[in-house]
Design a protein around this ligand. Structure first.
Ligand code: RP5
Length: 174
């Protein structure tokens, strides 16, 4: 029987302008074959749609929500207030100190309403996707095996880089 393509992860962002900065989250899910959906929903511009999305997410079969926003970034927190699904917040880089506003808005949640927050820019969005895979892997042996293979390849890659560096240091090229 073919695997279901119903989305397990919802990637939500406050603006379509966020997409180029956070699409690495979706790429990580693609890499592991995790079905997902991508939506633009804004905590401030479409608050009712956000409430409906978060409230219905678990019943629709989603297991994890990745929420990206920039500036006064309330999207992840608002979604977390309406669902018991794990929510991963992705702070979008902005012109204010590279996105410190986004980071603090998402990471500084009050007690009782957790949002797992990844870094601003750099590896942050990719880590959001990978963290979603790791959460799903708790109940999915196939994903666990893929994650183990991924870790193995990662170590091999770094090992090769170290060998190359040692070699060039030996030759006095470092
Ligand atoms: C946030 O406001 C969005 O996540 C975006 O990062 C920021 C600015 O939105 P736009 O004015 O670019 O649509 O809600």
């Amino acid at each position: 029987m073919p695997e279901s393509t119903a989305p397990l992860v919802g990637i939500v962002m406050g603006s379509d302008n966020d997409w180029p900065k956070i699409k690495a989250a979706a790429a990580a899910l693609d890499e592991f074959g995790v079905p997902h959906e991508v939506r633009v929903l804004s905590a401030h511009r479409t608050p009712e749609s956000v409430r409906q999305y978060a409230t219905m997410a678990a019943a629709r079969g989603l297991k994890v929500i990745v929420a990206a926003a920039g500036g006064a970034a309330h999207l992840a927190g608002v979604i977390a207030s309406h669902t018991t699904l794990p929510v991963i917040g992705v702070p979008v880089p902005t012109e204010l100190s590279g996105g410190l506003d986004s980071l603090l808005s998402i990471v500084q949640m009050p007690g009782d309403v957790p949002v797992a927050t990844v870094g601003v820019g750099g590896g942050g969005p990719r880590n959001a996707g990978l963290l979603a895979v790791q959460i799903l892997a708790l109940a999915n042996v196939g994903l666990q095996e893929k994650l183990n293979a991924f870790k193995h390849k990662l170590a091999e890659k770094v090992g090769k880089k170290d060998e190359t560096l040692q070699e060039s240091l030996r030759k006095g090229k470092g």
